[in-house]
Ligand binder design. Structure first.
Ligand code: GLU
Length: 610
């Protein structure tokens, strides 16, 4: 099925906001404590940001306006999201950052992924030879990985920023101490977690004041986190990686502050101060695939984001035409290969070059027919020796689809909505695409007493086993495989687009679908983000949003696909993307969700050409 462009554009009016672009009213916007206005699309010059949250976008913007660059602003926004989106991000979490360094004309990436402690083994998530229940593993000390975010911030600022850690943390300190307005998303996420939060004295005290989630519209302050960020700024990362804060993290992981009388079984963790001391964030070469005249850069292993998005794009290019059927089938095949081959490259020989090669893509593309292939698709053989097949012509995007309509009217395990992504650019043309997470919404549910932040449960991203040969089994010091896919697209060596999303393994399909919407179907970036989503991850059924099922279900079912409504919470939503598109002549379009997860916040430094 090739998507009829006119039909898509027309039906998108149902989900896209009327008039996709608006200069933000939120610059210097309502004071904290007032209902905030978020706009999902903004166009302008001199720098731009898109996050899921107005306070975080404003934090980035304030840094840009004070002369900071995109890296400074990305760190400031990430730290602020640790305050306002504390169930998705935080200083005890991790993340992946893809960055276009304008001065060097080069894309780099920084891996701030959490690590398993040295005491972790292949069977740490098993008891009596079987995997422990996933939910039990989530809410435990055992699932807490050695945090990566602070080391990542320090490395990012030292190599690419201009601010000190203290300066970059200041906007977050301000929001934590002055407070932010509780919105529906914060309320809902607190309510979803209320049972387990109530089981820990520290978490209940912070996030269930008066025994219940803070009401929508109230002002939420986190003075403990403000103090933690202040001290972190003064003392630097050593305070966590071996110092007093680290000792408190270890004590919390080993003896979670379970409320007296709680019947919850909370397994203790294995992390030691030596694990914190040994942690390093790593600069890694990004993945890179050609896509028509464009180059798509993503996150290399231990994330599977770059390799899986990249492989699927290569498969699509080997096909004679690209519609939604082909999008789903390419994703199915790329997931089969991801699951078989991708893990932490320090432990597993990931055949990355072959997974992203033309030959392999052609061999895989040959498996795509007119109807959905049987489930599950088997992994391929990325061994350098490939058989092709003959298609008539190939689908090659030109990177210059129907021009985006701008302000001036120019033409397996449960995957939840956890995590967040932000995109920032500055007046010099640097670009950051930054995925941050504490894994599940609410991480492991355990606040470090008196410090105002939650611990991550990132180690549940490992395969629990028994699963002989699985590349993602736990091991001492190993980084669990991620799906995070911060992505930057260049054309002729210059930034064209940046995009990313939360959503566990659906991150990969969301990023892929947005690129397909933009470059195969010719949608504007706001339309490509707003369009209804489906996620095929080598499973019998393709998970989809209701609007997708309503619009495309009949055609896709006729071609052998089974579509099921994606489970919540929030029911029926996939992802919460944020991105940027570079429109030429210095103009940037910042794009967030119009409605998913309550909508995001796009801001620009100035809407008018300077
Ligand atoms: N832990 C996930 C990953 O790294 C991100 C959190 C999520 O969105 O599920 O892929």
């Amino acid at each position: 099925m090739t998507v009829p462009l006119v039909g898509v554009a027309a039906s998108l009016a149902l989900v896209a906001p009327p008039g996709v672009a608006a200069a933000s009213p939120a610059l210097g916007g309502p004071p904290h404590g007032q209902p905030a206005a978020k706009v999902p699309v903004a166009e302008g010059y001199g720098g731009a940001v898109s996050t899921v949250d107005l306070d975080a976008s404003k934090a980035a913007l304030s840094v840009l306006k004070r002369g900071g660059n995109a890296m400074d602003a990305a760190v400031a926004a990430a730290a602020t999201l640790g305050v306002t989106e504390p169930y998705s991000a935080g200083l005890a979490g991790g993340g992946f950052l893809v960055y276009y360094d304008a001065r060097r004309g080069k894309v780099i990436s920084i891996d701030g992924r959490e690590k398993a402690p040295q005491a972790m083994t292949e069977t740490s998530f098993q008891e009596n030879g079987a995997a422990i229940p996933f939910a039990d593993a989530v809410t435990s000390g055992l699932s807490a990985g050695v945090p990566g975010s602070v080391a990542q911030w320090e490395l990012a600022l030292r190599r690419y920023g201009t601010f000190s850690l203290k300066q970059a943390l200041q906007p977050a300190v301000d929001v934590a101490s002055n407070g932010f307005t509780v919105d529906q998303t914060f309320y809902d996420q607190t309510a979803q977690n209320a049972d387990r939060f109530a089981a820990f004295t520290s978490t209940a005290a912070l996030y269930l004041p008066n025994g219940a989630p803070p009401p929508v519209g109230s002002v939420f302050r986190n003075p403990d986190l403000a103090a933690t960020y202040r001290e972190l700024g003064r003392r630097g990362g050593e305070w966590l990686y071996g110092g007093r804060l680290g000792e408190e993290v270890i004590a919390t992981v080993k003896r979670p502050p379970v409320k007296p009388g709680s019947t919850r079984v909370v397994r203790p963790g294995l992390m030691e101060l030596s694990d914190l001391r040994a942690y390093r964030a790593l600069e890694r070469p990004p993945t890179k695939v050609g896509y028509g005249p464009m180059e798509v850069y993503g996150m290399a292993p231990p994330s599977s984001g770059g390799s899986t998005v990249g492989e699927a794009l290569k498969i699509l290019q080997a096909l004679p035409k690209v519609g939604l059927h082909e999008y789903l089938e390419a994703s199915r095949l790329a997931f089969a290969d991801r699951n078989k081959f991708v893990g932490d490259p320090a432990y597993v020989d990931v055949p990355l070059k072959e997974l992203l090669s033309d030959g392999f893509a052609k061999e895989r593309a040959c498996l795509i027919g007119d109807v959905a292939m049987p489930n599950p698709a088997a992994p391929g053989s990325p061994d350098g020796s490939y058989a092709g097949c003959q298609f008539e012509g190939t689908a090659v995007p030109n990177g210059d689809p129907a021009p985006a309509k701008g302000a001036e009217g120019q033409a397996e395990k449960p995957e939840g909505p956890e995590t967040t992504h932000l995109a920032v650019t500055d007046r010099w043309g640097n670009v950051a695409a930054y995925n941050i997470t504490i894994e599940q919404t609410g991480g492991n549910g355990i606040v470090v007493p008196g410090r105002g932040f939650l611990l991550n449960n990132e180690l549940t991203d490992f395969t629990f086993g028994p699963a002989p040969g699985d590349p993602n089994l736990p091991a001492p010091g190993k980084r669990p495989r991620s799906s995070m896919a911060p992505t930057i697209v260049l054309k002729h060596g210059r930034p064209l687009l940046a995009i990313g999303s939360p959503g566990g393994a659906t991150i990969i399909t969301t990023v892929l679908q947005i690129l397909v919407n933009r470059y195969e179907f010719g949608m504007s970036l706001p339309d490509a983000v707003a369009a209804p989503r489906a996620s095929q991850r080598n499973a019998a059924a393709t998970q989809a949003e209701q609007a997708f099922i309503d619009r495309y279900g009949a055609e896709l079912t006729a071609r052998g696909h089974t579509l099921t409504l994606v489970p919540g919470p929030p029911v029926g939503e996939i992802g919460a993307a944020t991105g940027l598109e570079f429109l030429g002549k210095g103009k940037v379009q910042a794009v967030a969700e119009p409605s998913r997860r309550g909508g995001g916040s796009a801001l620009v430094v100035t809407p008018a050409r300077p």
